[in-house]
Design a protein around this ligand. Structure first.
Ligand code: AKG
Length: 387
């Protein structure tokens, strides 16, 4: 469901035309000023820190051809979230700087120090693998269809991206939606999740995981809000306080008689919402990210981390300062690969449009058009399946 992108630029944002050298020099100059300011100030009031943050995070840095995905230790942000003094903490400021840089340059980053128990991260993949190991007759008991609100199981090649069937099977889940909850806007996505009875702990484990991931995402979004020059709670309340989260539990067959080298497990796409968390098998290198030069860069598994990437709605809110980057999955390993992708999304009926603080950074130029998240999601979901 979450992966058909007939046109990756269907979110209308004007591209930036900064040259590499101009963005580096401006960025460096402000950076030096900023770090100088921080080293000289002690006990400064919050607004000075906010001003410094605004300066540090100001210049757009698009156009760098990244070759690797940065790893960010977010533990200072996790510790200080909710503390009114968080923006005075040097550790938090460092995380905010790193988030800003990663979102501008790659749209992708790994997070470590996230606080989700490693045992749960592993168990979630283990129960997913147990489910995919079941006979088809068992799996299809929770079949995805328009009648189930596009929730449930889809077999290999039922998911369509760029008009081509993907070499993966999956269970798709969304925040439950009651009948009539969002009127005609929500009709397509109404429904409750379909959980398999087997493995028996599947539902309870996934629900615990979803609860923790929502909380983690909320905290990282506070850091991203600061990086953009906003207040920590920018993405709460009407924007994403009631996130229409999505989770895909995905299995990619390994190379075999039917699977050829370079068969694509999931074609190139961007994600739709705010922030994605990929929990991937530790021993298979399959996720690839496209850099501005058009090269596919590996996002190999890094134990103890999630791979994070920003989605289309964050691109809009950031007025195109942050990129929702194309990525794809190619499993050239002989092993079956499991990944669990959690998508932290805006509220279903939220209308995303460039934030004032982001328009300031583009001299008032509006680069991205307003988009209603639910409409964007439904337009994608309706073309994602061969069912
Ligand atoms: O399996 C992965 O590593 C990524 C999956 C993905 O990109 C998606 O479902 O949107």
């Amino acid at each position: 469901m979450f992966v058909t992108r007939p046109c990756p630029f269907s979110i209308h944002c004007e591209e930036m035309h900064l040259t590499k050298s101009s963005s580096i020099s401006v960025g460096l100059r402000i950076w030096i000023l900023y770090t100088g300011f921080l080293s000289q100030s002690s006990g400064s009031p919050n607004h000075f820190h906010l001003l410094a943050l605004k300066k540090a995070c100001n210049p757009p840095a698009m156009g760098f051809d990244f070759q690797a995905i940065p790893i960010i230790d977010i533990s200072p942000l996790m510790d200080k979230c909710g503390d009114p003094m968080m923006i005075e903490d040097q550790g938090v400021l460092q995380v905010v700087r790193e988030l800003n840089e990663a979102c501008k340059v790659a749209g992708f980053f790994y997070v470590k120090g996230h606080g989700i128990p490693e045992s749960l991260i592993q168990e979630v993949k283990d129960v997913a693998r147990e489910f995919f190991d079941l006979p088809y007759e068992e799996k299809v008991k929770i079949k995805l269809s328009p009648e189930t609100g596009y929730r449930g199981y889809q077999k290999i090649q039922e998911n369509i991206t760029l008009g081509k069937p993907d070499m993966h099977e999956a269970i798709d889940c969304y925040r439950p939606m009651d009948s009539g909850e969002y009127g005609s806007l929500g009709k397509t996505m109404e429904g409750q999740n379909l959980w398999p009875e087997n493995p028996t702990k599947f539902k309870s484990m996934m629900e615990e995981y979803i609860g923790l991931l929502k909380d983690l995402a909320r905290k990282i979004m506070q850091g991203i809000a600061l990086a953009l020059g906003g207040l920590p709670e920018t993405f709460e309340g009407e924007r994403a306080g009631d996130s229409f989260w999505v989770m895909r539990i995905i299995g990619y067959p390994g190379l075999s008689g039917t699977m050829q080298h370079n068969d694509v497990g999931c074609e190139a796409h961007t994600d739709y919402g705010l922030l994605t968390f990929v929990n991937q098998d530790d021993d298979i290198n399959a996720l690839q990210v496209k850099n501005p030069a058009g090269e596919w860069i590996s996002a190999p598994p890094v134990p103890g981390t999630f791979v994070c990437n920003i989605g289309d709605m964050l691109k809009v809110w950031s007025n195109g300062l942050y990129e929702s980057t194309l990525h794809r999955v190619v499993n050239n390993s002989p092993k079956y690969r499991v990944s669990v992708a959690f998508f932290y999304e805006p509220n279903f009926d939220t209308s995303a449009e460039p934030l004032e603080c982001c328009k300031e950074k583009t001299a008032g130029v509006v680069r991205c058009q307003r988009v209603v998240y639910g409409e964007h999601l439904v337009s994608k979901v309706k073309t994602n399946f061969a069912i």
